[in-house]
Design a protein around this ligand. Structure first.
Ligand SMILES: C[S@@+](CC[C@H](N)C(=O)[O-])C[C@H]1O[C@@H](n2cnc3c(N)ncnc32)[C@H](O)[C@@H]1O
Length: 214
């Protein structure tokens, strides 16, 4: 079984990855705009920002996530930060092929509308649930064990998110954290690399992979 070969999913991934490639152009335009008109300091919610960017995983990272989930036979997968759903498609495909579930999270309202539609268009409604709002709140009610946790929301929240989900991890659960070269992710990186962290950890590119050993 390989849902990444399902044209419904592969066509959507191709289209999204093409659009995401234009992020750097958009970033340059935004920086130029902001230099002319600096944003007001009273922004309503610091969590809700950068709606114009995909900030998505690359095709190589997406396939890596799919393979990690598939080879680990992950049935319960949790994603922190869906954005426009690129990684959600890779992880959702793995959840479907494993006969499992992906719970994904996103705080930006427009991204939630787009990602909900994407999940439906990909035919993944039976295997993917999107929780809208601050994931530190929406995931509090999580009851099930987590086989794979993917961290890709705002980097300064990686450590609090890990602490929230930690009681749901079991021996052998995998935690993948993207963009750990980001300064804000350093407290998380240091905590995972500590000898008594309870994890075996390595970093590949800018993704840190940690296997829980209880
Ligand atoms: C790097 S992007 C995610 C990219 C996505 N995983 C992908 O590969 O396509 C980070 C996303 O996390 C979301 N986010 C940040 N903090 C959040 C929070 N506390 N709860 C839910 N979503 C959050 C942001 O709105 C943003 O869309």
């Amino acid at each position: 079984m390989n849902s990444l070969a399902d044209p419904k999913i592969s066509d959507l991934l191709e289209r999204l990855q093409e659009s995401a490639q234009r992020d750097s152009e958009r970033w340059a335009e935004r920086s130029a705009r902001q230099q002319q008109n600096p944003p007001a300091s009273d922004e309503p919610d610091p969590l809700i920002r950068m709606g114009e960017f995909y900030l998505g995983v690359s095709p190589a990272e997406g396939k890596l996530l799919y393979m990690l989930a598939r080879s680990g036979k992950a049935k319960q997968i949790v994603e922190f930060g869906a954005s426009y759903g690129i990684s959600t498609l890779y992880l959702g495909a793995a959840a479907r092929d494993n006969g499992g579930q992906l719970i994904t999270t996103e705080v930006h309202p427009d991204k939630c509308v787009a990602t909900r539609q994407l999940i439906t268009d990909a035919g993944l409604d039976d295997h993917v649930t999107l929780l809208e709002g601050d994931a530190l709140e929406t995931l509090k009610a999580l009851q099930d064990d987590v086989d794979l946790l993917f961290l890709d929301g705002w980097k300064g929240l990686y450590l609090p998110m890990l602490e929230l989900i930690r009681p749901r991890l079991h021996d052998g659960s995998l935690v993948a954290a993207d963009n750990v070269d980001h300064q804000a992710a350093q407290p998380y990186v240091e905590a995972m690399e500590a000898v008594d962290s309870g994890f075996v950890t390595t970093t590949v590119g800018d993704m840190q992979l940690s296997c829980y050993s209880g």
